[in-house]
Design a binder for this molecule. Structure first.
Ligand code: GLA
Length: 403
């Protein structure tokens, strides 16, 4: 969250330190930043796993760099309810219940996220990932009850998946509208905002309706499936599929999925390119690596302040492709506050390439000053156009500032 947004919020923030309740005058939420359990742990999560990641988010400096959410994904709940229909969890995995972990996360100065499905059965029923397939781990038929419960437990964020909804053939727009309405009723009762993350993988064109009911919506398949290694093809595919710039505005974001930065098999250059693409998109930045074991290089990439500032720019715009002079040699540009631009020169080809950036393609004219963000190096003043050399399957992230 940018400094301006924090300052605006603090005037009316409730005692627990979260944002003011959403309303006509509430500031737009910047692209959510945090960590989510799915990419590294799948369904094998419990209090200890989540606590260790919350601890690492603080000790690594990620919290101070702006990462806030600790999001519990699939696997926390096995579909059991009590006689009154309230969700029940295994006390061995979650001593003190889900409120205890939300309290622990808040105690670290962080925000807590949880997860359910729009249908009757969650994804773990159809695709078990480290726990037996359990039916009933979705919220259909219990929307009011479950979202009120999440809010009472203290959660600040909820991702709502689509496995059951998809199998049942539900209308996604109607289902998520009902969920959004249930969240509105829950937060009116508790006074605690609950950020909605829609996860229907781009099915039924959420960019056409999700902005009116959620902070973020997935636009594609998963960036990594359980047991696989991350791949740049998937990163690029999800980046491409998220291109719905007219749907995006401050507080409402296309979601190309959680990050695979720092996961085994990804190189430092791939980590940087992945972050550059998400930043130029103004996408949510939800790390998916194991924060407790990450390398210094991964930590440095995830906490790069200039990259984060590009992502979190308060205009909330999504960068778009403005040039492709030769196939696979592309220029993306995102409008930032102050009439600046963030630019990614992306080389999708197998050979190093010189990519030309024309100032007019960025919607600017006259003299501009150019900065290479990952090198933290000013490249000086340019007019009309300039070139950057980009290794094969790599990218360069720049800011361009009118003189
Ligand atoms: C779906 C979602 C993923 C993750 C898994 C959990 O595939 O798209 O992000 O939540 O379910 O099973």
């Amino acid at each position: 969250m940018g400094a301006t947004v924090l300052a605006a919020v603090s005037l009316v923030a409730p005692a627990w330190g979260g944002p003011a309740s959403a309303g006509p005058s509430a500031p737009a939420e910047a692209p959510p930043m945090g960590w989510a359990s799915w990419n590294s742990f799948a369904a094998q999560i419990n209090y200890g796993v989540i606590k260790a990641q919350a601890d690492a988010m603080v000790s690594s400096g990620m919290r101070d760099a702006g990462y806030r959410y600790v999001n519990i994904d699939e696997g926390w709940w096995q579909g059991t309810r009590d006689a009154a229909g309230n969700i029940t969890v295994d006390a061995k995995d979650w001593p003190g219940g889900m409120k205890a972990i939300a309290d622990y996360i808040h105690g670290k100065g962080l925000k807590a996220g949880i997860y359910t499905d729009a249908g009757k059965n969650g994804c773990g029923y159809y695709y078990p990932t480290g726990r037996p397939a359990a039916p009933g781990s979705g919220s259909e038929g219990h929307y009011d009850q479950d979202f009120l419960q999440f809010s009472r437990w203290g959660f600040d964020f909820v991702k709502v998946d689509w496995c059951g909804g998809d199998v049942e053939g539900l209308n996604a727009r109607n289902a998520y509208q009902a969920i959004s309405d249930a969240i509105g009723r829950a937060t009116a009762k508790t006074g605690r905002p609950l950020t909605l993350s829609i996860c229907d993988w781009g099915k039924q064109d959420p960019w056409n309706w999700a902005p009116g009911m959620s902070t973020m919506w997935r636009t594609s398949q998963d960036i990594i499936y359980w047991g696989q290694s991350p791949s740049m093809d998937r990163v690029l595919g999800n980046f491409d599929a998220a291109q719905h710039p007219t749907a995006q505005s401050a507080g409402h974001y296309n979601d190309p999925d959680m990050l695979v930065v720092g996961m085994p098999g990804f190189t430092p250059a791939q980590n940087r390119s992945h972050l550059s693409l998400w930043a130029v998109s103004g996408a949510p930045l939800l790390a998916g690596n194991n924060l407790a074991t990450m390398t210094a290089d991964t930590k440095a990439a995830l906490t790069n302040r200039e990259v984060i500032a590009i992502d979190q720019d308060s205009l909330g715009r999504q960068g778009t492709r403005v040039a492709e002079d030769q196939p696979g040699r592309q220029v993306y540009s995102k409008v930032l506050t102050g009439n600046r631009r963030a630019v990614v020169a992306l080389n999708r080809t197998d050979a190093a390439a010189t990519i030309t950036v024309r100032v007019a393609d960025l919607g600017l004219s006259g003299r501009v000053s150019v900065r290479d963000i990952w090198k933290a190096a000013d490249l000086g003043a340019k007019t009309t156009s300039f070139t950057v050399t980009v290794p094969a399957h790599d990218s360069v992230l720049l800011t361009v500032t009118p003189a």
